[in-house]
Design a protein around this ligand. Structure first.
Ligand SMILES: NC(=O)c1ccc[n+]([C@@H]2O[C@H](COP(=O)([O-])OP(=O)(O)OC[C@H]3O[C@@H](n4cnc5c(N)ncnc54)[C@H](OP(=O)(O)O)[C@@H]3O)[C@@H](O)[C@H]2O)c1
Length: 276
């Protein structure tokens, strides 16, 4: 029997690495991407086909697709996982931070999926897009990230319909809090933005707290990855999968609470209920 294949982006740590492990153990040939050579070496040592890729690198994507075409000819599962959290006040980060966030979290999904389309079409494959509960329950000091994930959810809905005639399925995943390097990276990124000249300087502790929020009672990445794999292996796959701490409760809260009450709670939580 033919060995199934999976291409997973952003496998240096966290969710990507855990998914690579789970799919490998389940018998998939895993193509795992990372950016740094030390991460690539670790992925190779774990038995994956490791590929250096920055998801924003157009020529790199073409080379990867050509390599997959030559070596396996088709692709069963593509997991668009690579991403990061741009934290901090929207107006502090400005257009540049927003653009960078969308390049990596949103536009790259189109770039990677487009490059892999002929391979997915050949195998009647599956695209898995990693969104976030943050695209559903929007908070301050994570506006660029929340907007990027809401965009991922919207584009996933359109793409699912457009891929249907080719028998390519699309599953959208909205993780809650999952143990990974996400918060450490988000905090590091937020620290670069936190500046005494910012109008939001008095709220720097709230900004820091938001950057760390994904590590609030996080679900282990291995558990998350095992559940995602199980969903991929179902004969009737869900179109939307909510996994991890807060992934069901927070959207429910968003749906049930009047918007004005939700905003009052968020203002209180992040110190935005006073004049600055
Ligand atoms: N952890 C959570 O609570 C949570 C919740 C909801 C959604 N998510 C989503 O889950 C996905 C994985 O995040 P994670 O939690 O596993 O965080 P993570 O441990 O920080 O992993 C993020 C991965 O994305 C890679 N990446 C970032 N920018 C990239 C780029 N331009 N090109 C290629 N790779 C890039 C990183 O590579 P480098 O090591 O080279 O930077 C890393 O491998 C993200 O899309 C994130 O938004 C996470």
């Amino acid at each position: 029997m033919r060995q199934p294949s999976a291409l997973i982006t952003g496998c240096s740590s966290g969710i990507g690495r855990a998914l690579a492990d789970e799919f490998h153990q389940a018998g998939y040939q895993v193509w795992a991407t990372a950016r740094q050579s030390a991460d690539l070496a670790a992925l190779r040592a774990a038995g994956f086909s490791a590929v250096q890729l920055d998801v924003n690198d157009g020529p790199g994507l073409e080379q990867l697709a050509e390599r997959l075409q030559a070596e396996i000819g088709g692709l069963d599962v593509l997991i668009n996982n690579a991403g990061y959290g741009a934290m901090g006040p929207l107006l502090d980060g400005g257009v540049a931070a927003m653009r960078r966030q969308f390049e990596t979290n949103v536009f790259s999904i189109i770039g990677v999926t487009r490059a892999c389309f002929p391979l997915l079409r050949r195998n009647k494959g599956l695209v898995v897009n990693i969104g976030s509960v943050s695209g559903v329950l929007v908070t301050p000091f994570a506006g660029a990230y929340c907007a990027s994930k809401a965009a991922v959810h919207a584009l996933s809905d359109a793409l699912r319909l457009e891929l249907a005639p080719f028998s390519i399925e699309l599953m959208e995943v909205q993780p809650g809090a999952i143990a990974s390097s996400f918060a450490a990276n988000a905090s590091q990124q937020a620290e670069q933005l936190i500046d005494q000249a910012s109008p939001w300087w008095p709220l720097r502790d709230a900004i820091r707290a938001r950057a760390n929020a994904s590590q609030n009672k996080p679900t282990p990445a291995k558990q998350f990855a095992g559940q995602l794999l199980a969903a991929v292996q179902r004969s009737k796959r869900p179109r939307l999968l909510r996994l991890g701490h807060g992934s069901r409760g927070l959207p429910l809260l968003t749906a049930l609470l009047p918007k004005s009450l939700l905003e009052a709670l968020l203002k209180k939580r992040f110190g935005l209920n006073r004049s600055l």
